[in-house]
Design a protein around this ligand. Structure first.
Ligand code: GLN
Length: 430
């Protein structure tokens, strides 16, 4: 099938079915032309880029030139991206075609997809339930068959949580493995762009295209080659996980470990229980600081007058905890604990090749219920994902089974830079 025909098929399906899923905020109105150009290039040169034939959906916080990139916020409602993010240039350079921009929690602040200013996204794999967030539309678009692969961003779990709830694969690369140039920050010291896909193979392909050192992101670096065989798998004893989730992940792990002759070792990470309390002050402070760029003189409104409830909470909270009178007490203290968690992981990776735990401690709730929960309850949903961001390590979420008709994922965490190793291990689960 030509890329043009493939794109047209996806567009038809989106037109028919996205009314009830709400995965897309904007479609690329040049996508058919762009697909045709890829077809023509192949006809002329006989060469195919690595992403030839791949149709990609993009989270609405990643700049794609000429398309609205509003982060699902009224603050940036009509902001048209004036340039391509590095990841987008790389995708286009390998013949990938961008089909549109996906729905998300406003400015990536959320875990459910309910915080979008343009309505929540539904979970195609468990209708009525949240798809997980904040890359809700990207995960839903892949799960619903609206595209081949998608890009999301993960600050504390926003790629892995929706991958888990929608029954697909999602990867948070090591910090620095993928350029953040052109990503609208939630928290610049934690954010990473990464792939969502139906299988590990496609996720790996997209990751390989977008990763690597980029002059425009000084924190970016090349990743390591995959080294050695996998022998030791670390597992953690963690309190507060739904027993059905715990059981299904453990069962899947034992099954796959047996086939691959892996040894399972129980290890301890003493401070992992502090991850949520450490993560949020960092996000509040960095997000508050980042939003000061969106001043009313250039964007027409005062940020605080246009943003949604959760974003406002973070802006006001961030402005409070970064006040001079606190002398950096919250931010600095959080950085110290972040460092402790990071060192604990490094030590653990001296003993095991990877650590495998569930992605989410609880099953996804019904769309709309997030509003009735306390903010502590909502934030607790990040307990198992945000440690990887704090430690800067990589983590790949893969499906591990079904509980009450809802997909449940596990995550394979490897040391910083060992992204290919994490993908290889994750591949054994499909
Ligand atoms: N749920 C987390 C938060 O709200 C994670 C968000 C993300 O990874 N972008 O901050």
């Amino acid at each position: 099938m030509s890329v043009e025909d493939k794109v047209k098929k996806f567009l038809e399906k989106i037109k028919k079915e996205d009314g009830k899923i709400n995965a897309f905020l904007h479609l690329n109105d040049k996508v058919v032309e762009e697909a045709r150009a890829v077809d023509e290039k192949f006809k002329k040169t006989g060469k195919k880029g690595k992403l030839y034939g791949f149709v990609v959906a993009v989270k609405s916080n990643i700049n794609v030139k000429g398309i609205i990139c509003n982060c699902a916020s009224r603050v940036l409602e009509n902001y048209v991206a004036p340039y391509d993010a590095t990841v987008i240039s790389k995708i286009k350079g390998e013949d990938g075609v961008i089909i549109g921009m996906t729905n998300m929690d406003e400015f990536a602040a959320g875990v459910s997809g309910e915080n979008s200013a343009f309505g929540p996204t539904q979970n195609p794999a468990a209708l009525g339930k949240i798809p997980g967030g904040s890359s809700s539309g990207s995960a839903a678009a892949v799960a619903a068959g609206f595209c081949d692969v998608a890009l999301g961003s993960d600050t504390g779990g926003s790629i892995r949580a929706p991958a888990s709830h929608c029954g697909i694969v999602g990867m948070k690369p090591s910090y620095g493995a993928v350029s953040r140039y052109g990503l609208v920050d939630l928290s610049m010291s934690l954010d990473q762009i990464g792939p969502l896909a139906k299988n590990v193979e496609d996720a790996k392909l997209l990751f390989e295209v977008i990763s690597g050192r980029d002059e425009r992101d000084t924190m970016s670096e090349d990743i390591k080659e995959d080294e050695g065989n996998t022998i030791n798998i670390g597992v953690l004893k963690i309190k507060g996980i739904d027993s059905r989730i715990h059981k299904i992940v453990e069962h899947k792990l034992r099954e796959v470990a047996k086939i691959n002759k892996w040894l399972i070792k129980e290890i301890e990470l003493e401070n992992i229980g502090l991850a949520v309390q450490t993560y949020y002050p960092l996000v509040y402070s960095e997000f508050y600081s980042g939003t000061r760029r969106f001043d009313g003189r250039r964007y027409g409104y005062r940020f605080e007058d246009k943003c949604g409830k959760e974003v406002l909470r973070r802006v006001l909270g961030g402005s409070e905890i970064t006040k001079a009178e606190h002398a950096g007490a919250y931010y600095r203290r959080s950085l110290e604990i972040k460092q402790m968690i990071s060192e604990e992981f490094s030590k653990a990776f001296g003993k095991v090749d990877c650590i495998i735990i569930p992605v989410c401690p609880i099953l996804p709730w019904k769309v709309g219920e997030g509003d009735k929960m306390s903010i502590e309850e909502v934030y607790a949903a990040d307990a198992l994902t945000c440690p990887a961001n704090l430690a800067g390590i990589c983590s790949v979420a893969v499906p591990s089974g079904i509980v009450e008709n809802i997909p449940v994922g596990l995550q394979v965490m490897c040391a910083k830079g060992n992204d290919l190793k994490a993908l290889k291990i994750a591949g054994k689960f499909s």
